[in-house]
Design a binder for this molecule. Structure first.
Ligand code: AMP
Ligand code: GLY
Length: 434
């Protein structure tokens, strides 16, 4: 089976990741119309924004029927965890429309850390040793913490908007956090808490597209999670990303493929988990040996803003392979160039911040692609509408070269409270030079 020659696409989401998807999708000669729900000011220039929530499945169904949509691409995890794939699959009016994303069961790889850890254990996938606890087994949780060495890693089982992971140096504090998490600190997401061994090494993320049987490895990336330079301060959604990652060399990527990707896809198949989507594998590289930190069931943000610009082939071919189980017949063409993205945020983020600030300088010529993360159109003007506002992506022959372009573009853009980290990629540049 194939997609038609003129595909109407509905893309769900509103961040920088979705702007990057819209940018890549709109380059395809196979696309007739592109709708983005709800989208942002950036996606509005590439297709039609639709005022629909990605988790309002009933309205999405109506829109898909009314607009002869042939393909649905899902950006955020929430819709997947809530079962949008299954909703389409089980409804005879729309089951012919492929959805790029896993079934609800597959989405538990991100939606439940306990499920993900047990899946890895069943399939011999290298990850930190762990045990899970509930309110009823609090005392056993204390005993398990006592058996570990600091630092202690505690994770709320469910989705907690990226805030559910704590890394604590002190045993008493770890016990207190465990008690508070099980007591509702992160709501129902913390009804079960995973405690795991702390891995050491350097992190990177690997992205895989799968049809549930075959897979394609997309460019890897490193992201920068903390708000402050030198990786200090609070965690954010991501302040920048670089691809490729110099330490993810051929030997490392071969181990990732053999020890992690192959058993993950085989495990999905063996467990009859319907999965036609992306797998985002957060990895620790410990002296060349990869360990899985976490799975996400979607692309990363801002990682997508460096991964897609390095893909030279038409993305509709990739989606077609994922949707119809023919990924083995698809060849992915990847650029050897380096992509960097630097995220501009609103002052105060990840705490409280203002919205509605006018953004200037977006129309000036630049050597970058400016992806909108949190923007809106107000009276024809682009304004800030989120914590992460823009992701400024550039290609270059080296990390330094790409970064110079991103920062030059950022210097021409302004809004009240603009902040970005000036040290994105510098750790990798030091590694390359060493
Ligand atoms: P997660 O939400 O699972 O990605 O965790 C957030 C961050 O916590 C990761 O990106 C890592 O930096 C860190 N982390 C999570 N689990 C571990 C672990 N077992 N050992 C060391 N660091 C970890
Ligand atoms: N940048 C991390 C994420 O998308 O989860």
């Amino acid at each position: 089976m194939k997609l038609t020659d003129s595909v109407n696409v509905l893309l769900l989401g509103s961040g920088g990741r979705e702007h990057a998807f819209a940018w890549k999708i709109s380059q395809s000669p196979r696309v007739a119309r592109l709708f983005i729900a709800p989208g942002n000011a950036g996606t509005a220039a590439l297709g039609t924004n639709v005022d629909l929530s990605p988790s309002n499945f009933g309205s999405i169904k109506q829109f898909v029927i009314n607009n002869s949509i042939n393909l649905v691409v899902v950006g955020p995890e929430e819709s997947l965890v809530k079962g949008i794939y299954d909703f389409f699959h089980e409804d005879s009016d729309i089951h012919h429309v492929p959805v790029i994303g896993p079934s609800a069961l597959g989405a538990k790889l991100e939606g439940s850390k306990d499920f993900a850890k047990a899946f890895m254990a069943r399939h011999g996938i290298p990850t930190a040793a762990y045990r899970s606890f509930t309110k009823e087994t609090l005392d056993k949780g204390y005993a398990f913490l006592e058996s570990l060495k600091a630092p202690y890693v505690l994770k709320a089982d469910g989705l907690a908007a990226g805030k559910g992971v704590l890394i604590v140096d002190d045993l008493d504090e770890a016990k207190r956090e465990l008690r508070e998490m099980l007591g509702g600190k992160f709501g129902a997401a913390g009804n079960t808490v995973v405690i795991e061994e702390c891995l050491k090494g350097i992190e990177c993320s690997v992205f895989v597209a799968t049809d549930g049987e075959h897979f394609a490895v997309l460019p890897e990336a490193k992201d920068y999670k903390r708000i402050g330079e030198g990786d200090t301060g609070l965690n954010t959604g991501g302040m920048g990303a670089v691809s490729p990652v110099p330490f993810a060399d051929e030997a490392f990527m071969q181990r990732v493929r053999d020890e992690i990707i192959v058993p993950t896809v085989a495990g999905l198949r063996a467990e009859k988990i319907d999965y036609k989507g992306f797998i985002f594998i957060g990895l620790m590289n410990d002296g060349g040996k990869p360990y899985v930190i976490e799975y996400n069931v979607r692309m990363g943000d801002p990682e997508t803003e460096v991964v897609l610009p390095r893909i030279e082939s038409d993305i509709m071919g990739l989606f077609e392979g994922m949707a119809f189980g023919t990924l083995d017949k698809h060849t992915l063409k990847i650029s050897p160039r380096t992509a960097t993205t630097v995220v501009c945020v609103s002052g105060g983020y990840p705490g409280d911040y203002a919205k509605g600030m006018a953004i200037s300088g977006l129309d000036q010529p630049s050597e970058s692609t400016v992806f909108h993360a949190g923007t809106a159109l107000k009276g024809g003007k682009v304004t800030t509408a989120g914590g992460r506002v823009l992701a400024v992506t550039s290609l270059g022959d080296t990390i330094a070269d790409a970064l110079a372009r991103s920062y030059a573009t950022i210097d021409r853009i302004d809004y009240e409270g603009k902040y970005c980290r000036r040290d994105i990629g510098q750790d990798l540049e030091r590694l390359v030079k060493a």
